[in-house]
Design a protein around this ligand. Structure first.
Ligand SMILES: Nc1ncnc2c1ncn2[C@@H]1O[C@H](COP(=O)(O)OP(=O)(O)OP(=O)(O)O)[C@@H](O)[C@H]1O
Length: 295
């Protein structure tokens, strides 16, 4: 049941989660339309898993609100069926066979699509008789992905799905993920430290640092609004209004900066170049680490 409503896939206002005195998420606002593949990135301890656990209803906010597909996370059985979750390390039952996993998925999920599950298992070359405990990391990830997708969710959530996989297995996993998203008309939310993976599959980005949202938006719009600027050292101090320096490094003679432009600035007297997603994210993380971000 793809996109049965116009509700945003995620809508957070003032979302805060604390563990005692430790803040895992602080005052986060998010609004993400459906149909996106959303990359959630940030350093260790930034709050990524916490956001995913809140979105799946495994934990509750300390304050603020989070709506997933228009409802409280895991509000009821019907809402649970609309969200598929693949946890970190793609856990499976070691002593169960691949076929046992599919049978269990069918029994637990009213919307289970057996044809889709069996077709995908065949396509990725999994033997239904194989014990899950003997699968390689890449095969296990494909099994977990198939189980999550065969319940035909509107949102697939992944916590670092491909972190432990070799480049070829990771490539196969990401390819399957994109195929499922297209086939189901679903959205996907995945956390990752691998910015190359995020660049490849995601069209929406959330950057978390130190429990706060540093940056969020459509990747194409974010890239269009940012540039790399190379200028003689000191010149950027005299930049026109509407150019926000996100991060800057200096040599003796030059400054190289990631900047955000409020509008096109065609007449800048410096070298102005497009940037990629990795440089954009690193710019914001550098700014957050220096304590100049959203706090
Ligand atoms: N159950 C918990 N009890 C206490 N503190 C927690 C708990 N879960 C998370 N935290 C803390 O909340 C903060 C955010 O943790 P979280 O696991 O969400 O970060 P992350 O971005 O997923 O990190 P990583 O990239 O290392 O997986 C960290 O400071 C962490 O120590």
């Amino acid at each position: 049941m793809p996109q049965t409503t116009d509700h945003p896939v995620l809508h957070a206002e003032g979302l805060t989660k604390r563990y005692g005195r430790r803040a895992a998420l602080t005052d986060c606002d998010l609004h993400i339309p459906q149909g996106r593949v959303i990359g959630l990135v940030g350093p260790n301890g930034a709050g990524k898993s916490t956001l995913l656990q809140l979105a799946t209803g495994l934990i509750e906010p300390t304050s603020g609100t989070l709506r997933v597909l228009g409802s409280s996370p895991a509000a009821n059985a019907a809402h649970l069926a609309r969200v598929g979750f693949v946890a970190q390390d793609t856990p499976v039952y070691a002593s169960f066979s691949v076929a046992d996993h599919l049978r269990m998925g069918a029994r637990l999920n009213p919307s289970w699509d057996p044809a889709l599950a069996q077709r995908r298992i065949r396509q990725v070359g999994l033997d239904p008789r194989q014990q899950a405990g003997r699968l390689s990391g890449g095969q296990r990830a494909q099994l977990a992905l198939t189980i999550a997708a065969a319940k035909r969710p509107e949102l697939l959530i992944f916590d670092e799905p491909a972190a432990a996989l070799d480049p070829l297995a990771r490539d196969g996993f990401l390819q399957s993920l994109l195929e499922f998203v297209t086939e189901l008309g679903a959205s996907a939310l995945l956390s990752s430290h691998l910015l190359g993976d995020v660049e490849r599959v995601c069209d929406h980005l959330i950057v978390l640092a130190d429990s706060r949202v540093e940056l969020a938006g459509e990747v194409s719009e974010l890239l269009a609004a940012h540039r790399r600027v190379i200028a003689p050292r000191g010149d950027l101090d005299r930049r026109p209004a509407g150019i926000d320096v996100i991060a800057v490094e200096h040599t003796h003679t030059q400054s190289r900066a990631v900047v955000r432009l409020d509008r096109p600035h065609p007449d800048l007297p410096w070298t102005v170049e497009p940037i990629g997603l990795e440089e954009l994210v690193l710019g914001y993380l550098t700014r957050a680490a220096a304590g100049e971000g959203s706090r």
